[in-house]
Structures are given as C-alpha cells and as structure tokens.
Design a binder for this molecule. Structure first.
Ligand SMILES: [Zn+2]
Length: 70
C-alpha cells in the first residue's frame, strides 16, 4: 500500500511521463481507497492541463512577460 506522500509523488511524475505498470496500478489502487489523494489527483491534472495550455498560448502569441504571475 502506497503512502499518501508516495502517491502524490507518483501523481506528479505521471504528468511528465507514463508510469510503469506496477506503479500505475499501485497509484490507481491508492486513489480508489484514498479520497483526499483522489481529489488531489483531479486538481493536479486540471492545473497541469490549464497551466500548459495557458503558457503555450501566451508563448505562441508572444505575450509572456518575465515578471507576470497571473
Ligand atoms: Zn492518499
């Protein structure tokens, strides 16, 4: 059984590259058992997708400013 700490680590690793099957299964299992990690996973995914899309679009449009936080 994964700890929440490890599960969180796998969640963010998974956003960069696909997990090996064993780890993926462990994570999936943990997410089914653990409501807080499940919620965290959803949020992480949304933030990641939104962040990527937003950043990409601004770069394409040449609108990125070095000191812009919003
Ligand atoms: Zn957990």
């Amino acid at each position: 059984m994964l700890t929440c700490h490890k599960a969180t680590h796998l969640m963010s690793a998974r956003l960069d590259r696909p997990l090996p099957l064993g780890k993926k299964m462990s994570l999936t299992f943990h997410l089914m058992m653990c409501k807080s990690c499940h919620r965290c996973d959803k949020q992480l995914e949304l933030i990641h997708q939104a962040g990527q899309g937003w950043h990409q679009k601004r770069i394409e449009e040449g609108l990125i400013e070095p000191d812009s936080n919003a």
